[in-house]
Design a protein around this ligand. Structure first.
Ligand SMILES: NC(=O)c1ccc[n+]([C@@H]2O[C@H](COP(=O)([O-])OP(=O)(O)OC[C@H]3O[C@@H](n4cnc5c(N)ncnc54)[C@H](O)[C@@H]3O)[C@@H](O)[C@H]2O)c1
Length: 455
């Protein structure tokens, strides 16, 4: 049995078990050999899980990137420029979709219709019509769709979930969530297709899908209504000058965003050397006129269980980090990550000592969460993080999908189609709300009805 669907039905899990202990390996085909596909879903799977899975096909429209990707992943499987040919000839059990956001739906729908389980990178897709197409395809298929949300698997985010689930602050009533992208990472989204609404659905979808998924999962309810504001005030046409791309720009000395891709051998091999095939430029100017996404975003979301959320995303912060606060009937939780001036500040001397001891182990570090019950002193909950990807979250996500799919997870971190849909629908509703100036009901976007308690 090399299908993830079969056990999914038995376990009521979006994910299910592969053929562990059986003779055959899971046959995996991947479409989209860009940086995410060849590293996280390519090389890492070959290195960590070759005993239980094998790549049977790779597909990309760019033949140069396809060839480089194949070598980088370390597989001998055949390569294809056409997805249907790949799936028809190689008959994979699982298709992994890592193309750009706006065409995920094409491969998800074809993959399901051709009898494969499908694992897609976030976001599920970029608009409500494509989302409905995916929902319909999953309903007519007996196969399963997995959305690779990695943030849920960070031990820090899981601890927040555990505290809320266990009633640490009573009944949750409202959440404030602010995400800051810095002038390096934030800017990077404006350098390539992510800067075009038609390719990435704006950062409301491309980036915020992660944040909205966390919120949906923490709050454990579906979003019901969204009101949002957003603008483009910094990148795009707002720049004082612009060039064709960073490499050959006349303004490198005066532009604080100058980024020399030629210093990065990996990106040169993967992207620049293959521009000749499709004109995909990785170091476009941040100030080009065709950028049409928002660079400041703010939304209010009302959940079906009456929790209110205030959310904001900024894209040119001096530092990269986030903070979230949860208000409950019995107290408040404050959590944050990577805010430079809040590092370890709330730890007592005793805790700092323990932290120092822990940090003798190079592989772990501690991040604090503040729990403040009504009428009491606050306490610090220390979360042990690992230095590997996303505090150990990436490894946990892969293990769940490929090694322990049937294992019960008290935190329900596995994400399926409904999770993928509900997280993008908040961003899509936010976009629509900005255009209309009105609040947008989630139920108006697809045939999914928001539920007070997620299943
Ligand atoms: N979960 C995360 O933290 C995370 C991080 C990075 C990227 N991602 C997601 O992974 C996906 C890929 O990101 P990336 O940075 O590698 O993008 P990328 O643009 O570098 O790579 C996408 C690849 O898809 C190929 N492609 C595009 N259209 C195609 C088509 N019609 N048929 C076949 N191939 C096609 C491109 O040629 C390219 O090689 C995106 O959806 C992104 O949102 C997720």
């Amino acid at each position: 049995m090399t299908s993830i669907s079969m056990l999914a039905a038995a376990n009521l899990f979006p994910l299910s078990a592969f053929s562990f202990g059986k003779d055959t390996k899971l046959k995996v085909a991947l479409v989209g050999t860009g940086i995410r596909g060849i590293s996280f879903w390519g090389r890492r799977l070959v290195r960590e899980y070759s005993d239980i899975l094998e790549f049977v096909g790779l597909c990309d429209i760019n033949p140069g990137r396809l060839q480089f990707g194949k070598e980088y992943i370390g597989t001998n499987c055949p390569t294809y420029r056409n997805f249907e040919n790949m799936v028809g000839e190689t008959q994979p059990d699982l298709v992994i979709v890592t193309t750009k956001d706006s065409n995920h739906h094409e491969f998800i729908v074809k993959g399901l219709d051709m009898g494969c389980d499908v694992l897609t990178e976030k976001p599920l897709t970029t608009d409500e019509d494509k989302c409905q197409e995916i929902i319909d395809a999953e309903r007519r298929s007996d196969k399963k769709l997995i959305v690779g949300f990695n943030y849920r698997w960070s031990p820090y985010n899981t601890k927040i979930k555990e505290m809320i689930m266990n009633g640490a602050i009573g009944k949750l009533v409202s959440v404030d969530f602010n995400w800051m992208l810095n002038t390096y990472h934030g800017a990077s989204y404006f350098r390539r297709w992510h800067g075009l609404r038609q390719a990435g659905g704006t950062l409301w979808v491309h980036k915020s899908t992660h944040h909205f998924d966390l919120l949906n999962w923490w709050i454990d309810s579906d979003p019901e209504e969204v009101y949002a504001m957003g603008d483009l005030e910094f990148y795009g046409s707002n720049g004082k000058f612009r060039g064709e791309n960073c490499r050959n720009c006349a303004h490198t000395k005066e532009c604080e965003f100058y980024w020399d891709i030629t210093n990065n051998e990996h990106l040169m091999n993967l992207y620049v050397k293959n521009e000749q095939y499709d004109g995909y430029i990785r170091d476009n100017c941040l100030f080009r006129h065709d950028i049409n996404i928002y660079d400041k975003m703010s939304a209010q979301v009302k959940y079906k269980n009456n929790v209110y959320v205030n959310y904001s995303l900024t894209t040119y912060s001096p530092y990269e980090g986030w903070r979230v606060s949860f208000n409950g009937t019995e107290g408040r939780i404050e959590a944050w990550m990577d805010i430079p001036f809040m590092k370890k500040e709330n730890l007592s001397q005793d805790e700092l000592h323990k932290l120092e001891m822990d940090q003798n182990n190079d592989d772990v570090y501690i991040e604090p969460i503040i729990l403040h019950k009504l009428w009491k002193e606050h306490e610090t909950v220390n979360v042990k993080m690992e230095k590997s990807g996303h505090g150990g979250g990436d490894k946990r996500l892969h293990d769940k999908i490929f090694k322990n799919p049937a294992e019960t997870d008290p935190f329900n971190r596995a994400a399926g189609i409904r999770d993928g849909a509900m997280s993008i629908l908040i961003g899509i509703a936010a976009r629509n709300s900005i255009e209309s100036g009105e609040p947008v009901k989630i139920a108006s976007l697809t045939d999914l009805s928001p539920r007070a308690v997620r299943i």
